[in-house]
Design a protein around this ligand. Sequence first.
Ligand SMILES: Cc1cc2nc3c(=O)[nH]c(=O)nc-3n(C[C@H](O)[C@H](O)[C@H](O)COP(=O)(O)OP(=O)(O)OC[C@H]3O[C@@H](n4cnc5c(N)ncnc54)[C@H](O)[C@@H]3O)c2cc1C
Length: 397
Amino acid sequence: MNIKEVDVLIIGAGPAGSLAAREASKNGAKTLIIDKKSEIGTPKRCAEGIMSGVLERVHITPDERWIARKIDGARIVSPNNTSAWFTPETLETPATGIILERKVFDKHMTMDAIREGAEVMIKTEALSMKREGDGYLVDIKSFNKEYNQIKAHIVIGADGPEGHVARWAELNTKVPLAEMESGLQYEMTNLKMKNNSVIQFFFGSVAPGGYAWIFPKGYDTANVGIDISGIKAEKSAVKYLNDFIANCDETKDGQIVEINAGGNPLCGIFDKIITDNVMLVGDAAGCVSPITGGGIDTALESGMIAGRVAAKAIKNRDYSEEKLQEYADYIDSHLGKKFKKYIAIRDVLYNSSDEDLDEYITALANANITKLSTKSLIKVVMKISPRKLFKLRKILL
Ligand SMILES: Cc1cc2nc3c(=O)[nH]c(=O)nc-3n(C[C@H](O)[C@H](O)[C@H](O)COP(=O)(O)OP(=O)(O)OC[C@H]3O[C@@H](n4cnc5c(N)ncnc54)[C@H](O)[C@@H]3O)c2cc1C
């Protein structure tokens, strides 16, 4: 058995893992990041959209090499095809964002970690792990077979929504079926978008328990997808997506150049995301918006903080749960509390009938909203039906 020894082992080189590696390494820990993929970032499982400001908050300088398109607004579409537009013409402060090229972005994030001193092994899969001495011994299968095992004081599970690190460390991250969404997306071209600078969301029975989207990546190219709830759907995700595409003027003549599928946990942060010698980050920790299923921003943020806390623990030679609690506390105060409110919005949004959604979105379309925020949208729809939307009241408080 060939064993490699490191301070911090990060399993998964998505946005969460790479930021954890960048920070752990920068702060002095001997860090290794592994990923089972042969090419970091590929295949992507993402519509690639983030809001402006996300990158700057985690100290990433935006780079044209991985920006597919800049976005300056959003459109929300109701089941009866009423549109609420939020564009630079309607908003005082435009809702700007970026559509990433994740295949390039993810790779660049890992390269930044390497530049800070982290080591990377691709096509290297973690198979299992067991506690040994003051750390964990992780069995791996690597393409160059130089090592069979890695010993680490701290293991960071950045292995995404279907990861195993949590289970190996006896952390319960089971997602209730009702809160697990299935995402399916085509990257399409030859589209006829009404406005190819806005992201579009379509709600209602077109995607039960979720929504359909068009996220533009170019003049006539976009990620077109759906997120649906397994317990609400009456047909397969493929059928929902194909039906959406066939019935939408913007997409019906499009052609598919790529297919992406993946699960989206909408349950919020898991109750326990650390234990002795182990931390979970990104999707593996439930750091995903319970409303949209978006998780790039929170993957980056959780990875960054986990990497810093891990490096501190290494410096103090204390890898106990108590020492790692600083990370869990940060996640709870910065994301956990906010996500609990989002769950209330999710429940209302995804349990509304098509008729109710038509009413809410018509109200948004007519409301003359100049400042876009969760609160400003809720204020408008609350006026329609305060009793039905009672659960949303606490979000406004
Ligand atoms: C269809 C779809 C659309 C989405 N659209 C958006 C969007 O527009 N905006 C947004 O913000 N979010 C979006 N998301 C969510 C977003 O993709 C995730 O939240 C984000 O990728 C999470 O990053 P991560 O680093 O936690 O995990 P991931 O990006 O999933 O990375 C996990 C990595 O771990 C590796 N791995 C797993 N197990 C092992 C193992 N045993 N050994 C070695 N490596 C392993 C995997 O190969 C992978 O590279 C979408 C998700 C889906 C499914």
